[in-house]
Write a new protein. Sequence first.
Length: 133
Amino acid sequence: MIYTDGGARGNPGPAAIGVYIINKEGKELARLSQRIGEATNNMAEYRAVIAALEWVKENFSKERIGKIKIFLDSDLLVNQLTGTFKIKKSHLRNLIIKVKQLEQELGRNIYYKYIPREKNKVADFLVNSSFYR
């Protein structure tokens, strides 16, 4: 299970990502937190998903990967990633193409689910802590 978040101070502005990864038993596997330069909030959200999928790809063989669930507090992103909403902004198209490429490389169905911000506290904390390092 993967919790992701991204944010920008200004839109666009200095941006950061946060990723919290746990296994099905709830054991923490990783915490990722980094600044990503200038970006919009939506770009940062996508970059967090990409960072999470890249981490899974680098740390697990295909055989060891089970079901992947990604929880986001961005309803827009969930709807774009699941194909419910079209992507109108050209600067986001390359990011979703990268997500879809990583999905194919992992060879697993990936489930995206919207959660309220208060259920995404660790990823949100990781984003905000990036700005204060």
